[in-house]
Design a protein around this ligand. Sequence first.
Ligand code: PDD
Length: 287
Amino acid sequence: MSRIVYVNGEYLPEAEATVSVFDRGFLMADGVYEVTSVLGGKLIDFAGHQLRLARSLKELEIAAPCSDDELLEIHRELVARNDLTDGMVYLQVTRGNPGDRDFVFPDPATTRPTLVMFTQSKPGLADNPQAKTGIKVISIEDIRWGRRDIKTVQLLYPSMGKMMAKKAGADDAWLVEDGKVTEGTSNNVYIVKNGRIITRNLSHDILHGITRAAVLRFAKEAQMVVEERPFTIEEAQGAEEAFMTSASAFVMPVVAVDGASVGDGTPGPVAKRLREIYVEESRKAAI
Ligand code: PDD
């Protein structure tokens, strides 16, 4: 079955969906995105993704392409038209197509933003076998730009980081700046030390993960202690546990950092428990 994707007001078979070569998303990575998980045909944490999208657009002075109600409607319509049970809805908004290449932003009165959305099917998304074994990470230098809190489509370096990890026989890379871990290539990261969950505090240095916010809320509700501060690779290697979170991986245990086992080298109880709570509560609250 050909996927039905959404482009600027139209639902089209993927082969017929096009964006201009002059689109600033293509020429200048001038765009933002969101990834919302779908479990059992329902959207996980939709309100959080919608709010973060609005913030990213505001920070870059890109107009909202549609109303909040329309955005929810398009997400649901795509899930329905593609008969999606488990997977993701990808959304991208760019500054649009001004009809030529220019560093100056086009006039928003004449250049409308481009809105593209599509689904990705991942049957059994919540039962990812990697959650049972955990993943291995390497550390690399964080040389991304200074506004990582804006979810832009500038993903070349994170993509290169993922390839560096693969070449090193690992699954992902943790980015390090000034000796401290910022985040993973596409996830927020955590360690557990003396039973306390430690994760970097929010700032321009990291993406304000929607899964992070939910997981920290659930952790506090479960009487776990959370400490928001930067940590080093050495601290992670000596920690009891490590894990990461994202909309597509939920809570994923990390069992090795730069070749050193974390804890006993298997997923720890805190990560396992938080994953269970997150998946269970998210399914309940899905819309
Ligand atoms: N990535 N940090 C970075 C750099 C990310 O790209 C992501 C998400 C996160 C986690 O945010 P959230 O919990 O809101 O998904 C943190 C998405 C999933 C992606 O690029 O596919």
